[in-house]
Design a protein around this ligand. Sequence first.
Ligand code: DC
Length: 233
Amino acid sequence: MGNIVDDRNIAVVAIDGPSGSGKGTIAQQLAGYLGWHLLDSGALYRLVAVAAQDSATDLDDVAGLSRLAVGLDIRFATGADGTEQIFLRQTDVAGEVRTEETGKIASKIAAMPQVRAALMELQKSFRKAPGLVADGRDMGSVVFPDAPVKIFLTASPEERARRRHKQLKDKGIDVSLPAVSADIAERDRRDRERAVAPLRPAPDAEILDTTGLSINEVFEQVKKIVATALADR
Ligand code: DC
């Protein structure tokens, strides 16, 4: 076994939840605070969606989509001005990755067990010392079931739609609140009802309802949960 690293010793904080629950922002803040790596697993599903569009792969072509997922050549970075960069091969596709349309396609692709399996190794490869904060839908339940800290963030559908709408408006994307609400409801239903890795808390996850809480208030609670769990290790 020689130099094989047993990565079960590398701690993972799994942060799962539906769209607009605040998990993306919280995961990013927590990774910065701890000085740990960050896995935005939703971005991987979104990148498969972008790669499918680029290569004109049909959304019914499960084998083709799985091949794209296995061969994803990606890199996450931050621009000099702090903007998010997501490279697919050598091209920054961050703008395309974050659109509602890409999110919708990603949610359809994410219902395919073959694509989920194809992304498994890539997701696990983010587990590196000193630790990983992993954000998604099935981080605690499927990808990192041995994570010592599992948090499931929720919020009412109305509040999640409001947050998502504001996020899009801040980015200069012009969409109406009812359109965002309808999209969120449809995506929630698809993510919850799919047969493989449906959106649901791991049995040992701490559930945190963030309705009515500011991001700072959520972050304070998350920090407490993480500190307590890591102190017990
Ligand atoms: O979190 P997000 O909006 O970037 O995720 C995009 C889609 O990817 C979402 O609709 C569900 C899917 N997804 C998933 O099935 N499993 C994950 N771990 C992360 C995202």
